[in-house]
Design a protein around this ligand. Structure first.
Ligand code: PLP
Length: 391
């Protein structure tokens, strides 16, 4: 299950490139603009919204990791998603998207649908009839999020991409949860990958950023062009920080994944848990699919507590190592309550359809010593158990 990709482009991105002083790490180019050699003769970069050396260095490294022809780095993950939609779609085009995707993506799709810019169709990509459903929708764009946030459902990227190709649709995969080390959607048939770089790629919870990686040069150029037109590109200083984070991605992600698997194994049979969602469990409905298309199972899992929201209160009050916060993928351990936090923008009906219940908690497992994480969660589960016992 170990990743087939070389991480050298990430570890060495921009090293030894400084001609002026020979600095080992690449310099940070904050300049908003660059001089022309002479009238009519621009250099490689002229204005930082359209292009910047620090951001370009990061884009090359991320494109290499995903096996793409090029990448565009955006100011946020939502900016990456907006870029793909606006660069690819014409008014009235149809988009099939997962009914259980990240709440911010859901909100963007719904807002654009409400304004009649494009047509959006929520789809259960794990349903056996997904291919027929896509045939009925006839989408221009198929949006996949696998594993999905927060229920860790897995979409068969190979077969959905094949169906999408037959229908003439572009396939986009949000690969935020697994990083290129955990999954290579372009090799599985997708055309475009998006990331919330905010999560594992940066990995230190101190930058908000996004990335769009395209399979072909033509698509990569189109996306780059539109990022400039729309003004969605990321800042050089954020790109510099992400370059630093990216160098340790392999080390961090290996530890995140090992910790998550051990934590899940340690608590899976706890009586306070009604349901556990983690593709690494042999009981997960798409466990074998995850094994066949992923390299590892990631480090995010979710649980449904038997005692509903009261148990969630008891669990979260008193945690020592898991901070109650949005986001995921940083070195620290986090727990979130999707119904009131990450997915609060979904309507109650959409939450119910997706399977987001009041007792659901999502965990982002950090790189802390795992026995301490296990003890912290076990203490929380004991508090949740007391709530159930008191009813
Ligand atoms: N995609 C997924 C799967 C996410 O979890 C998030 C944020 O949580 C985003 C996209 C949006 O990214 P950002 O918060 O960097 O705008």
């Amino acid at each position: 299950m170990s990743s087939p990709i070389s991480v050298t482009p990430a570890i060495r991105a921009g090293l030894d490139s400084d001609q002026q002083f020979g600095s080992v790490v690449p310099p940070l180019y904050l300049s908003t603009n660059f001089t022309f050699r002479e009238l009519g003769s621009p250099r490689e970069f002229d204005y930082t919204r359209s292009g910047n050396p620090t951001r370009a260095c990061l884009a090359d490294a991320i494109a290499h990791l995903e096996g793409g022809a090029g990448a565009t780095i955006t100011a946020t993950g939502m900016g990456a998603i907006t870029l793909v939609l606006l660069a690819q779609l014409q008014p009235g085009d149809r988009v099939a998207y997962p009914h259980d995707c990240y709440g911010g993506s859901w909100r963007l799709f719904e807002e654009l649908r409400a304004r009649h810019h494009f047509e959006f169709f929520p789809v259960d990509f794990t349903a056996p009839n997904v291919h027929e459903e896509l045939g009925h929708i006839r989408p221009k764009l198929v949006w996949i999020e696998s594993p999905s946030n927060p229920l860790l459902r897995i979409t068969d990227i190979r077969t959905v991409s094949a169906t999408a190709k037959r229908l003439g649709a572009t396939v986009v995969v949000d690969n935020t949860f697994l990083t290129p080390l955990g999954q290579l959607p372009l090799a599985l048939g997708a055309d475009v990958v998006v990331h919330s770089v905010t999560k594992y790629l940066n990995g230190h919870s101190d930058v908000v950023q996004g990335a769009v990686i395209a399979k072909t040069v033509r698509l990569a150029e189109q996306l780059d062009y539109w990022a400039n037109v729309l003004g969605l590109t990321a800042s050089p200083i954020d790109s510099h920080l992400v370059l630093r984070g990216l160098r340790t991605l392999e080390l961090r992600f290996a530890r995140h994944q090992a910790n998550a698997q051990q934590l899940v194994d340690a608590i899976a049979s706890h009586p306070a848990i009604a349901k556990m969602h983690f593709p690494g469990l042999s009981t997960h409905p798409e466990h074998s699919l995850a094994q066949s298309q992923q390299h590892g199972f990631g480090a995010v899992f979710s649980i449904e507590l038997r005692g509903g929201e009261a148990a969630v209160q008891a669990f979260t009050q008193g945690l020592q190592l898991f901070s109650l916060a949005e986001s995921l993928g940083g070195t620290e351990s986090l727990v979130a309550h999707p119904a009131t936090m990450t997915h609060a923008s979904m309507t109650p009906e959409a939450q119910a359809t997706a399977g987001i219940t009041p007792g659901l908690l999502r965990f982002s497992v950090g790189i802390d010593p795992v026995h301490e994480l296990i003890a912290d969660v076990r203490n929380g589960l004991a508090r949740a158990d007391e709530v159930v016992a008191a009813v």
